[in-house]
Design a binder for this molecule. Structure first.
Ligand code: UTP
Length: 284
Protein backbone atom coordinates (compact mmCIF):
# COMPACT_ATOMS: atom_id res chain seq x y z
CA UNK A 1 0.00 0.00 0.00
CA UNK A 2 1.45 3.36 -0.98
CA UNK A 3 0.79 6.13 1.53
CA UNK A 4 0.04 9.62 0.27
CA UNK A 5 2.28 12.49 1.38
CA UNK A 6 -0.15 13.70 4.02
CA UNK A 7 -0.33 10.32 5.74
CA UNK A 8 3.42 9.98 5.88
CA UNK A 9 3.84 12.47 8.73
CA UNK A 10 3.98 11.12 12.25
CA UNK A 11 1.23 12.99 14.06
CA UNK A 12 0.40 10.72 16.98
CA UNK A 13 2.33 9.10 19.77
CA UNK A 14 1.02 6.03 21.58
CA UNK A 15 1.96 5.39 25.21
CA UNK A 16 1.26 1.82 26.34
CA UNK A 17 0.92 2.39 30.08
CA UNK A 18 -1.24 -0.45 31.31
CA UNK A 19 1.45 -2.75 32.72
CA UNK A 20 1.49 -3.67 36.41
CA UNK A 21 5.02 -2.46 37.13
CA UNK A 22 5.63 -5.40 39.47
CA UNK A 23 9.35 -4.68 39.73
CA UNK A 24 8.46 -1.50 41.56
CA UNK A 25 6.07 -2.90 44.14
CA UNK A 26 4.87 -1.75 46.59
CA UNK A 27 5.23 1.77 45.07
CA UNK A 28 3.16 0.69 42.06
CA UNK A 29 0.36 -0.93 44.05
CA UNK A 30 -1.90 2.11 43.80
CA UNK A 31 0.30 4.48 41.75
CA UNK A 32 0.95 3.97 38.04
CA UNK A 33 4.60 3.21 37.31
CA UNK A 34 4.48 5.97 34.68
CA UNK A 35 3.75 8.51 37.44
CA UNK A 36 6.91 7.74 39.42
CA UNK A 37 8.93 10.96 39.45
CA UNK A 38 12.52 11.43 38.41
CA UNK A 39 13.22 14.57 40.44
CA UNK A 40 9.86 16.37 40.36
CA UNK A 41 8.56 15.17 37.00
CA UNK A 42 6.65 11.93 36.37
CA UNK A 43 8.17 9.55 33.81
CA UNK A 44 5.25 9.94 31.44
CA UNK A 45 5.69 13.72 31.29
CA UNK A 46 9.29 13.22 30.12
CA UNK A 47 7.86 10.98 27.40
CA UNK A 48 5.22 13.49 26.33
CA UNK A 49 7.86 16.24 26.20
CA UNK A 50 10.05 14.01 24.03
CA UNK A 51 7.12 13.47 21.63
CA UNK A 52 6.46 17.23 21.51
CA UNK A 53 10.12 17.82 20.77
CA UNK A 54 9.68 15.44 17.80
CA UNK A 55 6.86 17.62 16.45
CA UNK A 56 4.04 15.38 17.73
CA UNK A 57 1.20 16.92 19.72
CA UNK A 58 -1.48 14.19 19.72
CA UNK A 59 -0.91 11.81 22.61
CA UNK A 60 -2.77 8.50 22.78
CA UNK A 61 -2.46 6.68 26.07
CA UNK A 62 -3.36 3.05 26.77
CA UNK A 63 -4.17 2.78 30.44
CA UNK A 64 -5.69 0.17 32.72
CA UNK A 65 -7.19 -0.15 36.15
CA UNK A 66 -5.51 2.03 38.77
CA UNK A 67 -4.04 4.44 36.21
CA UNK A 68 -6.38 7.41 36.55
CA UNK A 69 -3.64 9.59 38.02
CA UNK A 70 -2.21 9.83 34.48
CA UNK A 71 -5.39 11.49 33.18
CA UNK A 72 -5.52 13.85 36.16
CA UNK A 73 -1.89 14.82 35.63
CA UNK A 74 -2.58 16.05 32.11
CA UNK A 75 -5.53 18.16 33.20
CA UNK A 76 -5.97 21.46 35.03
CA UNK A 77 -6.28 21.24 38.80
CA UNK A 78 -8.40 24.30 39.58
CA UNK A 79 -8.02 24.05 43.36
CA UNK A 80 -4.26 23.86 43.07
CA UNK A 81 -4.11 26.70 40.53
CA UNK A 82 -6.22 28.85 42.85
CA UNK A 83 -4.15 27.93 45.91
CA UNK A 84 -0.75 28.82 44.49
CA UNK A 85 -1.72 31.73 42.22
CA UNK A 86 0.60 34.67 42.81
CA UNK A 87 2.97 32.68 45.07
CA UNK A 88 6.57 31.77 44.36
CA UNK A 89 5.47 28.16 43.76
CA UNK A 90 3.51 29.07 40.64
CA UNK A 91 6.58 28.58 38.47
CA UNK A 92 6.63 24.89 39.44
CA UNK A 93 3.55 24.33 37.30
CA UNK A 94 4.88 26.14 34.24
CA UNK A 95 6.17 23.09 32.38
CA UNK A 96 3.07 20.96 32.86
CA UNK A 97 0.79 23.89 31.93
CA UNK A 98 2.73 24.35 28.73
CA UNK A 99 2.43 20.62 27.91
CA UNK A 100 -1.33 20.68 28.53
CA UNK A 101 -1.74 23.71 26.27
CA UNK A 102 0.29 22.28 23.41
CA UNK A 103 -1.07 18.70 23.34
CA UNK A 104 -4.31 16.80 23.07
CA UNK A 105 -4.68 13.59 25.06
CA UNK A 106 -6.93 10.65 24.40
CA UNK A 107 -7.21 7.44 26.38
CA UNK A 108 -8.33 3.89 25.98
CA UNK A 109 -8.09 0.97 28.36
CA UNK A 110 -6.45 -2.40 28.04
CA UNK A 111 -8.73 -4.52 30.20
CA UNK A 112 -6.48 -7.58 30.32
CA UNK A 113 -2.69 -7.27 30.39
CA UNK A 114 -1.90 -9.56 27.47
CA UNK A 115 1.43 -8.01 26.57
CA UNK A 116 2.91 -5.00 24.80
CA UNK A 117 1.74 -6.12 21.35
CA UNK A 118 -1.80 -6.40 22.65
CA UNK A 119 -1.55 -2.98 24.36
CA UNK A 120 -0.48 -1.44 21.04
CA UNK A 121 -3.42 -3.12 19.30
CA UNK A 122 -5.74 -1.59 21.93
CA UNK A 123 -4.40 1.79 20.77
CA UNK A 124 -5.65 1.26 17.20
CA UNK A 125 -8.91 2.98 18.03
CA UNK A 126 -6.97 6.16 18.90
CA UNK A 127 -4.40 5.94 16.08
CA UNK A 128 -6.40 4.86 13.02
CA UNK A 129 -4.76 4.14 9.68
CA UNK A 130 -1.58 6.18 9.87
CA UNK A 131 2.05 5.68 10.93
CA UNK A 132 2.65 6.49 14.58
CA UNK A 133 5.28 6.68 17.29
CA UNK A 134 5.35 4.57 20.44
CA UNK A 135 7.01 5.59 23.69
CA UNK A 136 7.35 3.30 26.68
CA UNK A 137 7.56 5.95 29.35
CA UNK A 138 9.45 3.74 31.79
CA UNK A 139 12.37 3.86 29.34
CA UNK A 140 13.57 7.37 30.05
CA UNK A 141 15.73 8.72 27.24
CA UNK A 142 17.99 11.74 27.02
CA UNK A 143 18.97 12.38 23.42
CA UNK A 144 22.36 13.66 22.42
CA UNK A 145 21.47 17.08 20.98
CA UNK A 146 18.16 16.02 19.41
CA UNK A 147 15.61 13.97 21.39
CA UNK A 148 15.58 10.25 20.61
CA UNK A 149 12.10 10.29 19.04
CA UNK A 150 13.01 13.35 16.98
CA UNK A 151 16.01 11.42 15.63
CA UNK A 152 13.68 8.57 14.67
CA UNK A 153 11.08 10.84 13.05
CA UNK A 154 13.85 12.32 10.88
CA UNK A 155 14.83 8.79 9.85
CA UNK A 156 11.21 7.87 9.11
CA UNK A 157 10.96 10.80 6.70
CA UNK A 158 13.78 9.22 4.71
CA UNK A 159 12.83 5.51 4.86
CA UNK A 160 9.02 5.43 5.43
CA UNK A 161 8.96 2.13 7.30
CA UNK A 162 8.79 0.81 10.86
CA UNK A 163 11.79 1.70 13.02
CA UNK A 164 12.91 0.35 16.39
CA UNK A 165 15.45 2.08 18.60
CA UNK A 166 18.28 -0.19 19.69
CA UNK A 167 21.15 -0.15 22.13
CA UNK A 168 24.16 -2.41 22.65
CA UNK A 169 23.78 -4.38 25.87
CA UNK A 170 25.89 -6.92 27.74
CA UNK A 171 25.32 -10.28 26.12
CA UNK A 172 24.23 -11.84 29.45
CA UNK A 173 21.24 -9.46 29.55
CA UNK A 174 19.62 -10.50 26.26
CA UNK A 175 16.92 -12.43 28.14
CA UNK A 176 15.38 -9.10 29.22
CA UNK A 177 14.97 -7.61 25.73
CA UNK A 178 13.83 -8.08 22.18
CA UNK A 179 17.05 -8.63 20.22
CA UNK A 180 17.57 -7.91 16.53
CA UNK A 181 19.84 -9.11 13.78
CA UNK A 182 20.32 -7.24 10.55
CA UNK A 183 22.45 -5.76 7.85
CA UNK A 184 24.21 -2.47 8.53
CA UNK A 185 23.01 -0.13 5.75
CA UNK A 186 24.25 3.22 7.08
CA UNK A 187 25.96 4.57 10.17
CA UNK A 188 23.97 3.16 13.13
CA UNK A 189 21.13 1.92 10.89
CA UNK A 190 20.35 -1.77 10.31
CA UNK A 191 17.84 -3.40 8.00
CA UNK A 192 16.38 -5.99 10.35
CA UNK A 193 16.20 -9.60 9.15
CA UNK A 194 15.58 -11.33 12.46
CA UNK A 195 14.29 -10.46 15.89
CA UNK A 196 13.81 -12.63 18.97
CA UNK A 197 12.03 -11.82 22.21
CA UNK A 198 14.11 -12.30 25.38
CA UNK A 199 16.51 -14.97 24.03
CA UNK A 200 18.91 -16.83 26.27
CA UNK A 201 22.36 -15.27 25.82
CA UNK A 202 23.56 -18.45 24.07
CA UNK A 203 20.73 -18.18 21.49
CA UNK A 204 20.83 -14.39 20.98
CA UNK A 205 21.77 -13.45 17.40
CA UNK A 206 23.48 -10.21 18.56
CA UNK A 207 23.68 -7.93 21.60
CA UNK A 208 21.52 -5.25 19.92
CA UNK A 209 18.47 -4.78 22.14
CA UNK A 210 15.22 -3.01 21.32
CA UNK A 211 14.37 -0.21 23.75
CA UNK A 212 11.09 1.59 24.33
CA UNK A 213 10.92 3.78 21.22
CA UNK A 214 9.24 2.69 17.99
CA UNK A 215 7.80 4.12 14.83
CA UNK A 216 5.22 1.76 13.38
CA UNK A 217 3.34 1.67 10.11
CA UNK A 218 -0.37 0.94 10.55
CA UNK A 219 -0.28 -2.48 8.87
CA UNK A 220 1.17 -3.60 12.21
CA UNK A 221 -2.37 -3.71 13.66
CA UNK A 222 -3.52 -6.49 11.30
CA UNK A 223 -0.27 -8.34 11.92
CA UNK A 224 -0.73 -8.14 15.71
CA UNK A 225 -4.29 -9.44 15.33
CA UNK A 226 -2.81 -12.55 13.72
CA UNK A 227 0.06 -12.89 16.21
CA UNK A 228 -0.21 -15.77 18.67
CA UNK A 229 0.95 -15.33 22.27
CA UNK A 230 4.72 -15.82 22.44
CA UNK A 231 7.30 -15.58 25.23
CA UNK A 232 5.63 -15.51 28.65
CA UNK A 233 2.22 -16.20 27.06
CA UNK A 234 2.03 -12.51 26.02
CA UNK A 235 1.33 -11.04 22.59
CA UNK A 236 4.75 -9.67 21.76
CA UNK A 237 5.32 -6.65 19.51
CA UNK A 238 8.68 -8.25 18.60
CA UNK A 239 6.87 -11.23 17.01
CA UNK A 240 4.61 -8.91 14.99
CA UNK A 241 7.55 -6.78 13.88
CA UNK A 242 9.34 -9.91 12.69
CA UNK A 243 6.58 -10.33 10.10
CA UNK A 244 7.24 -6.81 8.80
CA UNK A 245 10.98 -7.46 8.94
CA UNK A 246 10.60 -10.53 6.71
CA UNK A 247 9.31 -8.12 4.06
CA UNK A 248 12.37 -5.89 4.59
CA UNK A 249 10.25 -3.20 6.21
CA UNK A 250 11.88 -2.70 9.62
CA UNK A 251 14.93 -0.63 10.47
CA UNK A 252 16.81 -0.69 13.75
CA UNK A 253 18.40 2.58 14.77
CA UNK A 254 21.23 2.95 17.26
CA UNK A 255 20.02 6.18 18.84
CA UNK A 256 22.34 8.91 20.03
CA UNK A 257 21.93 9.50 23.73
CA UNK A 258 21.29 7.71 27.00
CA UNK A 259 18.50 5.44 28.18
CA UNK A 260 17.46 4.45 31.67
CA UNK A 261 15.13 1.50 32.30
CA UNK A 262 13.17 3.23 35.04
CA UNK A 263 11.06 0.11 35.53
CA UNK A 264 14.11 -1.26 37.36
CA UNK A 265 15.26 0.14 40.68
CA UNK A 266 18.95 0.38 39.73
CA UNK A 267 18.36 2.41 36.56
CA UNK A 268 15.72 4.53 38.27
CA UNK A 269 18.27 5.59 40.89
CA UNK A 270 20.87 6.17 38.16
CA UNK A 271 18.41 8.32 36.18
CA UNK A 272 17.60 10.36 39.27
CA UNK A 273 21.29 11.04 39.91
CA UNK A 274 21.91 11.85 36.25
CA UNK A 275 19.04 14.33 35.95
CA UNK A 276 19.89 15.87 39.32
CA UNK A 277 23.48 16.48 38.18
CA UNK A 278 22.17 17.90 34.89
CA UNK A 279 19.84 20.26 36.72
CA UNK A 280 22.64 21.46 38.97
CA UNK A 281 24.85 22.16 35.95
CA UNK A 282 22.01 24.18 34.36
CA UNK A 283 21.37 26.13 37.56
CA UNK A 284 25.01 27.17 37.93
P1 UTP B 1 7.11 -4.03 31.05
O1 UTP B 1 7.14 -5.49 31.06
O2 UTP B 1 8.38 -3.28 31.22
O3 UTP B 1 6.14 -3.40 32.11
O4 UTP B 1 6.34 -3.56 29.76
P2 UTP B 1 5.38 -3.99 33.33
O5 UTP B 1 4.77 -5.31 33.01
O6 UTP B 1 4.49 -2.89 33.75
O7 UTP B 1 6.58 -4.07 34.40
P3 UTP B 1 7.07 -5.24 35.34
O8 UTP B 1 7.97 -6.09 34.49
O9 UTP B 1 5.86 -5.96 35.89
O10 UTP B 1 7.84 -4.51 36.41
C1 UTP B 1 6.80 -2.54 28.89
C2 UTP B 1 5.76 -1.49 28.66
O11 UTP B 1 4.58 -2.06 28.10
C3 UTP B 1 3.43 -1.70 28.83
C4 UTP B 1 3.94 -1.33 30.22
O12 UTP B 1 3.07 -0.39 30.83
C5 UTP B 1 5.31 -0.76 29.92
O13 UTP B 1 5.23 0.62 29.56
N1 UTP B 1 2.51 -2.85 28.85
C6 UTP B 1 3.01 -4.10 29.04
C7 UTP B 1 1.16 -2.65 28.66
O14 UTP B 1 0.69 -1.50 28.50
N2 UTP B 1 0.33 -3.74 28.67
C8 UTP B 1 0.79 -5.00 28.86
O15 UTP B 1 -0.03 -5.94 28.83
C9 UTP B 1 2.16 -5.18 29.05
Amino acid sequence: MKLDMKQQLIKKCLFPAAGYGTRFLPATKATPKEMLPVLTKPLIQYGVEEALDAGISTMAIVTGRGKRAIEDHFDISYELEHQIKGTSKESLLEEIRSVITKCTFSYTRQTEMKGLGHAILCGETLIGNEPFAVILADDLCKGDGKGVLAQMVALYKEYQCSIVAIEEIHKEETNKYGVIDGELIADGIYRVNNMVEKPDPKDAPTNLAIIGRYILTPDIFDIIRDTKPGKGGEIQITDALLEQAKQGKVLAYKFKGKRFDCGSVDDFVEATNYFYALQNIRNK
